[in-house]
Ligand binder design. Structure first.
Ligand code: ADP
Ligand code: MG
Length: 280
């Protein structure tokens, strides 16, 4: 289920599959100038596949590495976690989240967990600083493929690197192109790498007007606020995972698309326009 946040509007009976809650949502939908989409889980399926997984540096080897990573990730509900657990199982390693003592999530960065006395960090380059690691190996070769690259750190050094791929949802490109035809600008806001963001943009035929990558949840909030000042009414579409603050910044109320079909946003805006025209 995708959540859409908008600024203000009015209640009316919505088209099937769209749940409109709160005050002046329809008016805001009618006035929409920009639609900002979260990437992972919204424009993309959020169903990652591990493309590559390597033990590096002083890693004790793939077995321990996969056991640690999959166990710590199993405490997280991020779409990347399921892919890493599947990958471990495929290598006959059963994740043991019950052995993880301490666990922290760092939105837009990654996770931390202590397992069997080992302190493990998994995430992007940002998590390196938290892991006490100054220099992260530049996995240029992996990044080039447009995948999402992740790192594993322990004892202040990188011990693993992996890449994951995701694909765009059916209808994502159609939704973006449809909005364009309605005179609405579109943006992608993601915490993922520039390479992964560009790969999604390419899969959608370069249809998005703006692509912002490597964002922390608060960066998404600032972009939404700036767009609001610059462009007027803005709609934010996200799956609620790590983008709740940005959804909240776009709105006072919510529209919930009762399916994972992003094309429903077109119906919601059309409904807003029809209703608002009648009212004015
Ligand atoms: P998006 O903005 O595309 O929805 P997120 O905010 O969910 O992305 O995550 C941004 C980035 O943070 C991910 O691409 C990944 O590098 C890192 N990250 C977040 N959660 C995890 C996790 N559980 N394990 C590893 N990396 C993570
Ligand atoms: Mg997300």
């Amino acid at each position: 289920v995708l959540l859409v946040s908008v600024c203000l509007a009015r209640w009316c009976s919505p088209p099937p599959g769209v749940l409109v809650k709160g005050g002046d949502i329809l008016e805001a939908l009618a006035n929409t100038r920009v639609v900002a989409f979260d990437k992972t889980g919204t424009l993309t399926r959020g169903q990652f596949t591990v493309v590559e997984f390597r033990a590096i540096g002083k890693s004790p080897g793939m077995h321990s590495l996969l056991y640690w990573v999959s166990s710590v990730e199993s405490k997280s509900s991020h779409p990347m976690a399921a892919a890493l657990a599947d990958y471990a199982r495929f290598s006959s390693i059963e994740p043991r989240p019950e052995n993880v003592k301490e666990f922290h999530m760092y939105p837009g960065e990654g996770i931390y967990g202590e397992i069997d006395g080992h302190q493990i960090y998994v995430g992007n380059q940002r998590i390196a600083a938290r892991a006490g690691c100054a220099a992260v190996p530049e996995e240029v070769e992996m990044e080039m493929k447009g995948t999402t690259v992740g790192y594993v750190f322990s004892g202040g050094v990188p011990i693993g690197v992996f890449s994951l791929s995701d694909t765009c949802r059916t209808g994502a490109a159609e939704a973006v192109i449809g909005l364009k035809r309605m005179g609405i600008k579109t943006a992608m806001l993601t915490g993922d790498s520039k390479a992964a963001a560009m790969s999604a943009q390419n899969q959608m035929g370069d249809a998005l007007d703006m692509v912002h990558a490597e964002l922390l949840p608060e960066d998404k909030v600032n972009i939404v606020r700036n767009l609001k000042v610059k462009e007027g009414s803005i709609v934010m579409v996200g799956d609620g995972m790590n983008d709740a603050p940005a959804l909240a910044a776009a709105d006072t109320s919510h529209v919930t698309l009762m399916s994972n079909d992003v094309r429903k946003i077109l119906d919601a805006i059309r409904l807003g326009r029809r209703t608002h025209r009648k009212v004015v």
